[in-house]
Design a protein around this ligand. Structure first.
Ligand code: FUB
Ligand code: ZN
Length: 639
C-alpha cells in the first residue's frame, strides 16, 4: 500500500499566534497544573490518587521481592472510592494509571520543541516511579498489582489493563523520541513482550475491552521495528468480535446476544463492521489501530472497512463541532442523525480519538476530507474542552446549555455549564494536553515525492525535500505564504479547506485531486495561497430533527455560538434576520436578529404571530464559551 508518513512534531516549529499560544499554555500552565492534580494537590478538585497508586504499587512490589506478605483486596469493581487514607488498596478508576502516561506524553511532545530541564527532570521522576511499579515479569498495572496480582488479565472486558498498557506504551515511545532516554521504552517493551506471550497464538485468545493497545503496539513497532508488536496488534484486531465471544468465555457467561458487545465494538468481526457503534472513544481508538494495521499489512479489506466507518461517523454521527458519541448512556454513538444539542455527550476524548483516526486515514488515502475533520475537531470540539487559562476542563461538549437544566434535570446531569478543575474520571484533561502539545505532528504528511500541507499555521518545517517557512493569516484573511527552500524536486499538495468557496494560489495551474491542489517544485519557490474565510449560515441535514428551522454560523474553521453574556437570557427566543449582514471584528461576529416577546404567562394560547424586537446578535467562537462565568449557550439559532 502506498502510504504517507506524518512529519514529526520535532521537525515542526510552531510560530503561529493562535497555536503557539495554545502549545505554550500547555507547556507552562497545563502540564504543571496536571502534575499537581495527579498528586491530589489541587484544592477543591476531585482527587486523582494516580501518583499515589504508583508509589503504593512500587512499595508493595519491593515488599513482595523480600518475601513480605501484602494484603489483597477486591478486584470486582470499576471504581474504588477513597474511604480511609490508611487503607492500602487501590483508589480511583481501574484505568487511573493512564492519566500519568498521558501526562508523560504531553511533556514529551513539549520537550520536542522547547528545552525545559525542570519539566524533564519531573518527567524522569515519573518514569522512575512507573518503572519501580513494574513486576518482574514485565507487568505494569497498579490496580491489580495493589489489589490482587493473581487476578491479572481476568477481566479484559471491563478492567482496562490493555488500555493502560497502551497509554504507557505511547508514553514510552514519545519520551524516547523526545529525550533519547530509553528507560520507559524498555520497560514498556518488556511489558509488551509479556503481553505478546500471554495473548499470542498459544495464549489467552482475548483482546482489549477498551481499545488502544492496537495503535500503541503499532507505535512500538514503528519505534523498535520489532514485528512481534505488529503481529500482536493484528491478533487483537482479527480476534475481536469472532465467536465464541471471548468476553463470554472470560465471564463464564453465554450472553447469546451480539447486542452486549456493541459497546466494545466486539459484536462482529471488525471487517464486517460498517457502522460506528458503541462507546465512541473505544470506537475511534480501535479504528485508528485498524487503519495503522491495514497500512502495515497491506490489508485492503481492513482499510475499506475503515473508510466506511469514517464516512458513517462524519456524514451521519458527528456534530458540527467535531463532537461524536451523542449519548451519555454508554458514552456512545446512537443512530444516524441523532445529534441532540442539549443532551449531547461529545466527550473531548472522542473528538481527540477522531483526530487520531483521521490522521491515520490520511496516511493511506490522500483525501482532504480527513484533514478537514481534524481541523473541525481541533478548532471546535477539542479546544472547547479546556478553559483559556488551562486550569479547568469540559469532559462533555454540548451545543446548547441552560445552566438550570444542568442542575434540575437529571437527564442532563452529564452536561456541565462551567469547566471543572478535575474529574474523578479524568481521561479528557491529559488527553487534550498530549494532543495540543503534539499539534505539529498533524500539520503535514509526506510520501517519497509529495509533501502534503494539511493544516495551516505559521511555522517552519524541515523535511528531506525542503525547509519551508510558513507565514499564516489563515484565521483572518485566509492568506498563507510558503517560502520553500528546496532540497530536491518534489510535489507540494495544499489542502483546499471544506469551508472555502474561493481560493487562489500565486502559482498557476495546480493539478487538483481529492481536495488537494498539487504543484511541482523544482527550485526555491514562494507560493501564496488564499483561502477566503467567509461567514456562513450552515443548515443541518433535515434528518437532524433538533435543528430543523435552525442554522449555525461559521467562519473559516470556527463554529460560532451565542452566549447569554452577549445576548441576554433565553437564547431560544432569538432568531437570525433573513439574509443578515454580518460584521466580523477579528474574532466575534455580529448580525441583526429578533427576540420574541413573552406575551402573558399562559402556557397555551391560540396562535397569533409573535411580536419581536429587533436586536443585535453577537456570536463568539464555540471553543471560547464558558470563559466568562456560567451562562446559557447555543450553537444553533432559529433562521
Ligand atoms: O474508560 C476509560 C475512559 O474513561 C474512556 O475512554 C472515557 O470515555 C471514560 O469512560
Ligand atoms: Zn475523556
Amino acid at each position: 500500500m502506498n502510504c504517507s508518513k506524518p512529519v514529526s512534531n520535532k521537525n515542526v516549529k510552531i510560530t503561529d499566534k493562535f497555536w503557539k499560544e495554545k502549545t505554550e499554555l500547555v507547556r507552562k500552565k497545563v502540564i504543571p497544573y496536571q502534575w499537581k492534580a495527579l498528586n491530589n494537590e489541587i484544592e477543591n478538585a476531585e482527587p486523582s490518587f494516580c501518583v499515589r497508586n504508583f508509589r503504593l504499587a512500587a512499595e508493595i512490589l519491593e515488599k513482595r521481592k523480600k518475601g513480605i506478605e501484602t494484603p489483597v483486596f477486591s478486584t470486582g469493581e470499576w471504581h474504588y472510592s477513597y474511604k480511609n487514607e490508611n487503607e492500602n488498596s487501590f483508589f480511583g478508576w481501574v484505568f487511573q494509571d493512564s492519566d500519568l502516561a498521558k501526562w508523560i506524553e504531553a511533556v514529551s511532545y513539549s520537550l520536542q520543541n522547547t528545552e525545559d530541564k525542570n519539566l524533564e527532570s519531573l518527567a524522569d521522576s515519573a518514569v522512575d516511579l512507573i518503572c519501580a511499579a513494574q513486576a518482574e515479569n514485565g507487568y505494569i498495572n497498579t490496580f491489580y498489582t495493589i489489589n490482587n496480582p493473581k487476578k491479572a488479565f481476568s477481566n479484559l472486558r471491563d478492567h482496562h489493563e490493555l488500555y493502560c498498557f497502551g497509554h504507557l506504551a505511547e508514553a514510552g515511545v514519545a519520551y524516547y523520541y523526545a529525550t533519547g532516554k530509553s528507560k520507559l521504552l524498555k520497560a514498556v517493551c518488556r511489558y509488551a513482550d509479556f503481553i505478546a506471550d500471554t495473548f499470542g497464538d498459544n495464549g489467552i485468545k482475548g483482546y482489549d475491552g477498551h481499545e488502544i493497545a492496537e495503535m500503541a503496539l503499532i507505535k512500538l513497532y514503528e519505534a523498535t521495528e520489532n514485528k512481534k508488536y505488529l503481529y500482536t496488534a493484528k491478533l487483537f484486531i482479527d480476534r475481536r468480535g469472532t465467536k465464541p465471544y471471548y468476553f463470554d468465555i472470560e465471564h463464564n457467561e453465554n450472553s447469546g446476544s451480539d447486542l452486549n458487545y456493541f459497546y466494545n465494538q466486539a459484536h462482529l468481526p471488525v471487517r464486517q463492521q460498517k457502522e460506528a457503534v458503541g462507546h465512541a472513544v473505544r470506537a475511534v481508538y480501535l479504528y485508528s489501530g485498524m487503519a495503522d494495521t491495514a497500512r502495515y499489512t497491506n490489508d485492503k479489506e481492513l482499510l475499506d472497512t475503515c473508510k466506511a466507518l469514517f464516512d458513517d461517523i462524519t456524514n451521519k454521527k458527528m456534530y458540527i463541532t467535531g463532537g461524536i458519541g451523542s449519548s451519555c448512556v454508554g458514552e456512545a454513538f446512537t443512530f444516524a442523525y441523532d445529534l441532540p444539542n442539549d443532551l449531547a455527550y461529545a466527550e473531548t476524548c472522542a473528538s481527540i480519538g477522531l483526530v487520531f483516526f483521521a490522521r491515520r486515514m490520511l496516511q493511506a488515502d490522500y483525501n482532504s476530507k480527513y484533514a478537514d475533520v481534524m481541523e473541525r475537531c481541533l478548532y471546535n470540539g477539542i479546544l472547547s474542552g479546556m478553559a483559556e487559562d488551562g486550569k479547568s476542563f469540559f469532559y462533555v461538549n454540548p451545543l446548547e446549555v441552560h445552566p438550570q437544566a444542568c442542575k434540575n434535570d437529571s437527564r442532563k446531569r452529564h452536561v456541565k455549564s462551567t469547566r471543572q478543575k478535575w474529574f474523578d474520571c479524568a481521561c479528557c484533561p491529559p488527553n487534550i494536553a498530549r494532543l495540543l502539545s503534539d499539534y505539529g505532528e498533524y500539520c503535514f504528511t509526506e510520501t517519497d515525492n509529495v509533501f502534503f500541507v494539511n493544516l495551516y499555521q505559521s511555522c517552519t518545517v524541515t523535511s528531506d525535500k525542503a525547509d519551508i517557512e510558513i507565514q499564516s493569516d489563515y484565521l483572518q484573511s485566509g492568506k498563507v505564504t510558503f517560502n520553500i527552500n528546496t532540497k530536491k524536486p518534489f510535489k507540494i499538495a495544499f489542502r483546499i479547506p471544506y469551508w472555502c468557496n474561493y481560493f487562489e494560489f500565486s502559482k498557476s495551474n495546480p493539478f487538483i485531486k481529492n481536495g488537494y491542489a498539487y504543484f511541482d517544485i523544482d527550485e526555491n519557490d514562494k507560493i501564496t495561497a488564499c483561502f477566503k474565510p467567509e461567514i456562513k449560515i450552515i443548515k443541518c441535514n433535515p434528518n437532524v430533527r433538533e435543528n430543523i428551522g435552525k442554522a449555525a454560523i461559521t467562519r473559516g474553521p470556527f463554529v460560532y455560538c451565542l452566549e447569554e453574556k452577549d445576548n441576554g437570557k433565553n437564547l431560544h427566543l432569538l432568531r437570525l434576520a433573513h439574509n443578515p449582514k454580518f460584521f466580523f471584528n477579528g474574532e466575534s461576529i455580529t448580525a441583526k436578529g429578533y427576540r420574541e416577546d413573552f406575551c402573558g404567562n399562559a402556557l397555551y394560547t391560540e396562535y397569533s404571530e409573535a411580536t419581536e424586537k429587533l436586536v443585535e446578535l453577537t456570536f463568539i467562537p464555540y471553543y471560547k464559551w464558558a470563559n466568562r462565568g456560567e451562562n446559557e449557550m447555543s450553537v444553533y439559532i432559529r433562521y
